[in-house]
Each structure stands twice: as C-alpha cells, then as structure tokens.
Design a protein. Structure first.
Length: 260
C-alpha cells in the first residue's frame, strides 16, 4: 500500500469532511447579489478562503501538511483581514480596501517600468492609465511615506489582529509566528526537514509524511468557517446546516486533538 493510501485511510473522516466542505462552498451565495462594496469585498475573501482550504487539503492528502502551513498562514491573514473589515467603522474600512486596488496597480506598474526587462513590450501601452485615480486616493488618505502606500489598512497585520473588534492577538502570537517560520525558511524550521540520525548521518524528511496533518487541516477548517460565518452575516443568508456542521466538526476536533 502506498504512503498516500495509508495516510488517507488514517485521516479518511477528516479528509472527507474537508472535501464536502469545499464542495458545498461553491453553491453558498449562488443567486445572491454582490451589489455593494461590502458584499463584493466579502465575496472575494470567501471565495479565496474556499480555494485556500482546498489547496491545503490537497497538500495534506499527499502528506505535505508542513508545506501547507504556508497556505494556512495566508488563510489566517485573510481571516484577520475580513474580521477587521467587518468591525469598527465598516463602511470606511471596506471603502479603503477597495480604493487601494489602484494604489497597488500603480506601484506595480512603476516597478515594472523602473526595474523590469520588458520595456519594448509595454512602451506603447498607456502607462498613465492609473494616475488620475491614484492621485485621488493619495490625497484622500494623505499618503506620503512608503509604508502608507504598501499598507492598505493603515495598520500592520498584528495591529489588525489585536483590534478591539478582532481580538485575535493571542492566536496571532502563537500561530502566526510558527507559520511564518515555515514560510520564510527561518532557522527554527530546520528540524521540520532535517534530523540527525545514527553515525552522524542526516535524514531528509521528504515525500509523503504523517506529521501536522490534523493540526493544519482542523485549524484551516476553523478559519474557513469563521470567514463563512462572516459572509453569511454580510449577505444576510441563513446557514441551514449550521448545527450539523458544528456537531461533525466538534467530533473531529475532539477525536484528533482531545483524545490523543
């Protein structure tokens, strides 16, 4: 039996639950109107959360849960974003998020012109297409310093996490740092890939491996469900099978985290 088959049999209920969750997500807001900035931005976050959960699940099924931590960090970042957007002065926060699209387009265009090697391909393009909108946003938010342009919320991700309406500072400190170590290949991530063996030899942790699967998938599901709950609220759509989902998810969490 292949290593991936062994992993699937061991975590079958968790893998199947995640797949069903992803499959159900595509029909969640079908027929609903994303007719406001708030709904459009929220829908973007929900769709992306669904794709990230799917990607995490696919990696875990192949025994690559440690690599999936990089995507899990993106999902955590996404959850903090949407939680921050939907607390406090939500109208201004959503508006700022939408306004900053043109800021990043302008910065990206300038970077390509200054440092890229494709001038012959873009020299006939309208390189000033974003200038007018960019100037309006620049004036509207009084953008001056470099960090003003690269930080759409006006706060760091840590500041957003500890916002009174978000209250995610503890989780940020415990989880975000560990995930960052994997993403940025920090020295604390070495033992996730290399281990000393007998006679001074080194063992490489490669291919399918049974580590971090339940940790990553259950955490990812929790972030996803938090995003989904926010989306239900913004779109004012009921969650018909909420109790069933909560029950099944609680059973899985207890099975893999409590009873081990």
């Amino acid at each position: 039996m292949k290593a991936e088959e062994i992993l699937y049999n061991k975590y079958r209920d968790l893998f199947d639950f995640t797949k069903n969750t992803v499959d159900e997500s595509i029909n969640f807001v079908v027929g609903e109107h994303a007719n406001t900035i708030e709904r459009q931005v929220t829908l973007f976050h929900f769709v992306r959360a669904s794709y990230l959960l799917d990607a995490i699940s696919r990696l875990c099924i192949h025994g690559l849960a440690t690599e999936a931590m990089v995507i899990l960090r993106s999902l955590l970042n996404l959850y903090i974003n949407i939680k921050w957007l939907t607390t406090g002065d939500t109208k201004k926060r959503f508006e700022r998020f939408a306004d900053f699209e043109v800021v990043f387009k302008k910065l990206g265009m300038d970077t390509i012109v200054q440092h890229g090697d494709i001038w012959d391909e873009i020299k006939n393009d309208d390189l000033n297409v974003h200038d007018s909108e960019f100037k309006k946003v620049k004036t509207k938010y009084n953008l001056k310093k470099r960090k003003d342009f690269t930080n759409w919320s006006g706060e760091s991700i840590y500041e957003m996490a500890r916002d009174n309406g978000v209250n995610f500072e503890k989780d940020y400190k415990i989880i975000y740092g560990r995930l960052s170590a994997i993403e940025h290949t920090g020295p604390e991530s070495v033992r996730s890939y290399l281990d000393g063996c007998e006679k001074g030899k080194t063992k490489i942790k490669a291919a399918s491996r049974d580590e971090n699967i339940d940790l990553v998938l259950i955490t990812a599901l929790e972030y996803y469900f938090n995003v989904k709950a926010i989306t239900h609220n913004v779109f004012d759509v009921g969650w018909d099978n909420l109790k069933s989902v909560e029950h099944d998810f609680s059973d899985l969490r207890n099975k893999y985290w409590v009873q081990q």
